[in-house]
Structures are given as structure tokens and as C-alpha cells.
Design a protein around this ligand. Sequence first.
Ligand SMILES: NC(=O)c1ccc[n+]([C@@H]2O[C@H](COP(=O)([O-])OP(=O)(O)OC[C@H]3O[C@@H](n4cnc5c(N)ncnc54)[C@H](OP(=O)(O)O)[C@@H]3O)[C@@H](O)[C@H]2O)c1
Length: 328
Amino acid sequence: MKAIAILETGEREVMQCLDLPIPPIQSDEILVKNQATGINFVDTYICRGFKGYFPDKFPHILGIEGAGIVSKVGNDVTDFQEGDRLCYVYTGSGSYAEYTAIKAERAILLPNTIDYETACCLLQGITAQFLTHSTFPLQPDNKVLIHAGAGGVGLMIIQMAKILGAMVITTVSTSEKAQLVSDYGADEVIIYTQDDFADEVMAITQGVGVDVIYDSVGANTFEKDLKALANRGYLVLFGQSSGFVPDFDLNRLCNRGNEGGSFFITRPTIKHYIQGNQLRQRARVFFDYILSGKLKILIGQKYQLEDAPQAHQAIASRSTIGKSIFYL
Ligand SMILES: NC(=O)c1ccc[n+]([C@@H]2O[C@H](COP(=O)([O-])OP(=O)(O)OC[C@H]3O[C@@H](n4cnc5c(N)ncnc54)[C@H](OP(=O)(O)O)[C@@H]3O)[C@@H](O)[C@H]2O)c1
């Protein structure tokens, strides 16, 4: 089968399009013939071998989510059969490939009306869901700041925050992205390449700050986040698109001079929010939002597998909007 794999970590040039054997399955696994697979920012961390994201073996087929048709089931798998339509996240043999072997517990049967391209937005959808419903469950009177609003996760957080009734402020790099996030429901948009986002947040909130910040940018935004939070505000740091946040003195949560403090910081990761039946519960909420018309999915970029290096280049250079996928 055709697959995009790496034999060593490094910049996107280390990706190779190889002809590899179809992966064997264990008794608790399913072989999926992928129809569309998702490209995620984390794939770039794995390709580059960042600390905490280093592949456990080579060749390593990249990709952690996809959607397709069940081609074969292991002996112990009872809830799926050949021909079923499903999507999946994590615990697989790699989804930048024609076939992926996945643990049955990480598979979700697709509603008839959800197509494969939409289904392979699952990881970003579940991320937005757990951040807004569980990490900091949003209330109607909350004011929220969302960084990278025009990104895959960002657009979904904006929409879920609006569904939950919050007031949404978001940051983007360009005026084109600013128009996009407004179209997806943001109340206030800050073009951070033109204006200081912390100053703008304070102006918008009449000097109070926001109740919660959902920050996937990391190094470049962290310090200013502390200036944009309300007293007892939550900083939900869930990614590091610009690099890891440096070591931090916890005493700084206490105050920032006369202006406020008693902040909370958390660094959630999806793995701890999809254990047991949580994956399927969160997926159901995500699909229900789509099917009821409350959540719009934007697939901004579509690639063939061979174009994986260009796909990673586009993500790293901030030129993408919404979701990036491979179609097979
Ligand atoms: N914790 C979790 O479980 C979890 C799950 C899913 C994703 N994530 C994280 O969420 C983040 C967003 O993922 P995504 O797939 O939806 O990607 P994305 O938001 O579609 O792309 C990243 C966006 O971040 C912004 N950005 C700011 N500084 C950047 C920099 N130095 N390099 C590249 N981009 C920069 C860019 O938007 P502007 O042009 O507007 O600046 C860019 O378009 C990633 O950090 C990812 O690791 C975490």
C-alpha cells in the first residue's frame, strides 16, 4: 500500500512516499481502508521528533486520524463488521496511508449523513468539545479569548463557545482570516500582527480581562496572556505552534502588580479526555452539532498523500485556514 513514512525525524523533507505492506491486525483491532485522513499540527511535531512526540519505531507512518471503510476485523471485535463506515483517532498504525490498523475502542461508527471528509475532522472537533465543555466549561456570561481563531481547532472553539453563549474575542494574523472568524461567529477580532492583543483585550473588556484563554500558540503568546486574564482567570494552554512555553515561576500566578492575579493554568491533552466511553460521548456531541446545523466544518486544504511535505509547509507557514486533509 502507499504510505507516507519517515525513517528518521527531521524537517518535512524526511517524509517519503513508500510502498509498504498492509498492516496486520491484532484480535482487538480493525483494518480500515481510508477514504480521507486528517492532517494535524501534531504531525509536524512527530515528524520533527519534538520532545514527548518522538516516534517509537521506524519506518513510522505519520497521521493519527482518519475515516474509511472496515476491511477486516480482529477475532475479538464484536461491534464492527466488514463494510461499516467509521472514523478514528490515535492508537493506529498511521493514517497517512491507504490502510490503517486501529484499536476497535478508538473507532466510531459514522452516522449515514456524515461524509468521510467531515469525519476526519474528529480530532479537532473533540479537542474543541473537551476544551469548552470540560476543561473550562463555558457559561453564558463568560468572556473568552481564543488564539489562532481561523485554524482548524480555533474555528470550532469559536462556534462551540457561541453555542454555549460566551462572548468571543479571537486573534488572527491577517485581515482575510479576520473576515473568516467573523463569519464563524467571533464577536471581536484582533489582528495580532497589527495590534497588541493584551491591550486590545483590556480595552474590549473595560479593563477587566477575560475569564478564560484557549491558547495553542504557546511561546509567543504566553507572557501577554497573563496580562489579558481577569482575576481568577484560566489559561488553558493546549498547544505550542510557536514553540514551548519556557519554565515558569508559579508565584507569578499570584499577581501581576496592582492589576490582578490568582490565575489558573492547565495544559490539557486529548488523550486524557477520551478514555473509556468518553471518546464516543464527545464524538456524539460533535456530530450532533454538525447534524443540527449549529457547527460548520471548513475544510480549507485538500491534498494527495504525495503532497504531505507541502501540507506540512502550509501548516508551519500559517497559510492554512480550517482543516487540512488528504483524500484517497
Ligand atoms: N492539546 C490537545 O489535545 C490538542 C489537540 C489538537 C490540537 N492541539 C494543538 O492546537 C494547535 C492548533 O492545531 P490545528 O491543527 O488546529 O492547527 P491550526 O490552528 O490550523 O494552525 C496553526 C495556526 O496557529 C497560528 N500560529 C501562531 N503562531 C504560529 C507559528 N509560529 N507557527 C505556525 N502557526 C502559528 C496560525 O494562525 P494565524 O495565522 O492566525 O497566526 C496557524 O494557522 C496546535 O498547536 C496543536 O498542537 C492540541
